[in-house]
Design a protein around this ligand. Structure first.
Ligand code: FAD
Length: 328
């Protein structure tokens, strides 16, 4: 690993000042992603700025009945938080499925939302892909079993954050703080589809800017379901997953929100599935039809067509869970 300086700022202002000093600086939270990339020579930095103690590590009430989650909150604490579980069960469900107890004890909300892709070409120093300043994505002609089935490149990563998907579904916004002060960005606008101009990034975070909080609006009377499918019962990232929110109008769905994860470079919302559910009761048949609609426009690569069925299953079971119907 290339040697680096370590800075331990007291607060967000000092953290941003340290990030803005000469040379390349990066924020360090739990370090599970950043330090692994540095050890693998995928990422280099002159200075590492510890934000785990500088940023807010609490969950507090937000105006209007929502919750404000500090970026330094540990995943283990998020998963166990009673108000999060009561108001936003899909966030608790996503947090508790991350890794293992040790990983959740080390990882933070800010690190989870900003972790870099798990693509094996990106993670291997030998492959200088788009994300590392190269001029190609190796996955379309390579090993792409875990890559995107939505989006048309130029990069085919899937976003690695399990929290990002329910955050988008619940309409969260993120507070960012940087050299130019603070700004609020909707979670749905934070994560970016790759273009040739921004392909090295996965979000709108500006240089030396930090994500300091996730702010969740009051959930109202929404019902939620979250379902993840893994390769086997393991601590690995999911192959596909979905968060579904239902606002009921009597025994029919009034409005739905369907967001999939691990299928695209961003949390992938399906308005087709939402429209398929609107005005209908939730049954096996309507859930299946909505899941079909969610995956209708999928464009798998050479080795990941199987993910279409996996994602359909995740959407269908998330819908049934949201409606309180028992799934396996
Ligand atoms: C075996 C294993 C299985 C896992 N499974 C899952 C899974 O299923 N789902 C899932 O979502 N995650 C999974 N993870 C990831 C894990 O949950 C961690 O959240 C993640 O690795 C990063 O968290 P961290 O706090 O360690 O971040 P770090 O490694 O410290 O940071 C990650 C990145 O975010 C940047 N960063 C950190 N904090 C901020 C901030 N406040 N603002 C801006 N940028 C910031 C860092 O510079 C770095 O680039 C898994 C990890 C492992 C090791």
């Amino acid at each position: 690993m290339k040697p680096f300086a370590y800075v331990n700022p007291a607060n967000e202002k000092d953290a941003v000042a340290a990030l803005t000093s000469n040379g390349k600086s990066l924020p360090l939270a739990g370090g599970q992603d950043l330090l692994a990339r540095m050890k693998d020579y995928v990422t280099e930095a002159d200075r590492i700025v510890n934000v785990k103690t500088a940023l807010d590590g609490t969950v507090s009430a937000a105006p209007g009945g929502g919750l404000k989650i500090g970026a330094a909150v540990k995943m283990v604490d998020l998963a166990a938080h009673a108000d999060v579980a009561r108001l936003y069960p899909a966030i608790s469900a996503a947090a508790i499925e991350v890794g293992t107890p040790q990983i959740r004890n080390q990882g933070t909300v800010g690190g989870n939302l900003n972790q870099r892709p798990r693509c094996w070409y990106f993670r291997n120093e030998e492959f200088v892909c788009f994300k590392k300043g190269g001029n190609q994505c190796f996955s379309p002609a390579g090993e792409n079993q875990f890559h995107a089935i939505f989006g048309s490149g130029p990069s085919f990563i899937v976003h690695p954050s399990s929290l990002a998907v329910p955050m988008v579904a619940y309409g969260a916004s993120f507070r960012l703080f940087g050299p130019n002060g603070e700004r609020i960005v909707q979670a749905a606008d934070y994560f970016t589809m790759p273009t040739l101009q921004n392909v090295e990034r996965e979000n709108v975070l500006a240089p030396n800017e930090l994500l300091t909080h996730a702010i969740l609006p009051a959930p109202g009377s929404v019902k939620s379901g979250h379902y993840e499918v893994r390769y086997k019962t393991s601590h690995d990232w999911p192959i596909a997953f979905a968060t579904v929110l239902l606002t009921m109008n009597g025994s029919n769905v009034g409005a739905a929100r369907v967001v999939m994860g691990a299928v695209a470079p961003v949390p992938w919302r399906s308005q087709a599935a939402e429209q398929a559910l609107a005005g209908k009761p939730v049954t096996e048949a309507t859930a299946s039809a909505a899941a079909d609609a969610a995956l209708r426009d999928a464009r798998p690569l050479s080795q990941n067509a199987y993910k279409v069925q996996v994602a359909k299953t995740a959407v269908k079971r998330a819908i049934l869970r949201a409606a309180g119907i028992q799934t396996v």
